[in-house]
Design a protein around this ligand. Structure first.
Ligand code: ZN
Length: 214
């Protein structure tokens, strides 16, 4: 079995001119075995079906580059300011985590640290590695690389937890002069990181991992 996987002697569906609809999973035979038209519309649900997503690598590189740039101000600029009784200083993600730790709220501190600092960084790192593996036509463990992609894709929506927290705080703690919570510029950059990484996961075509593995 291992030797079979190592040699990777398989024929891809695309080579047979077959593509699956991303919405209803209908298998579609492309005209001329996929040699001519690379995009058709699903006869069952009408969704566009591609043998491979067009410009997948270029779009994913562009989005992940944006995410990488926005990650810096997202961590350096204040993400929110809590003003209690007229005083308060702006907090970055890290200083917020430190405050939570100091207050003894370490479960929330760990949650915020993992969701806001670790997860976006891991996502960017994994997508960059996958892109490089496609460029370099790695034959190494395509199954595991595809699994890494699906985990990153599923993780996407959970990194919004910080933005949810800020929006809930802002909505709840508008007590006028007693206490206010104001979102900072870092929150906008953080939102941009999350959106860019989510879009990058959407534009990356995991089938390319198998193409490059052959
Ligand atoms: Zn369909």
């Amino acid at each position: 079995m291992k030797n079979e996987m190592d040699s990777l002697e398989f024929i891809s569906a695309a080579e047979k001119g077959l593509g699956a609809c991303p919405h209803c999973r209908l298998m579609i035979q492309f005209p001329h075995g996929g040699a001519g038209k690379q995009t058709v519309h699903c006869p069952r649900c009408g969704a566009p079906v591609h043998l491979r997503l067009p410009f997948s690598i270029q779009r994913t590189w562009a989005l992940i580059f944006c995410a990488g740039i926005c990650y810096v101000p997202a961590n350096l600029l204040p993400i929110l300011t809590v003003i209690q009784f007229g005083s308060g200083a702006p907090d970055t993600i890290i200083s917020g985590v430190k405050h939570l730790f100091a207050d003894g709220q370490w479960p929330i501190a760990i949650l915020v640290f993992v969701a806001s600092v670790v997860v976006p960084l891991v996502k960017i790192g994994v997508i960059v590695c996958l892109l490089i593996s496609v460029h370099a036509r790695w034959r190494w463990r395509p199954r595991e690389r595809a699994a890494a992609f699906y985990i990153i894709d599923a993780l996407g929506r959970w990194s919004m937890i910080d933005i949810f927290m800020i929006s809930i705080l802002v909505a709840l703690v508008q007590l006028g002069t007693l206490a206010t919570v104001e979102p900072g510029l870092g929150a906008a950059f953080f939102g941009a990181v999350v959106v860019c990484t989510m879009l990058a996961a959407m534009t990356f075509d995991p089938r390319l991992l198998w193409d490059s593995a052959r």
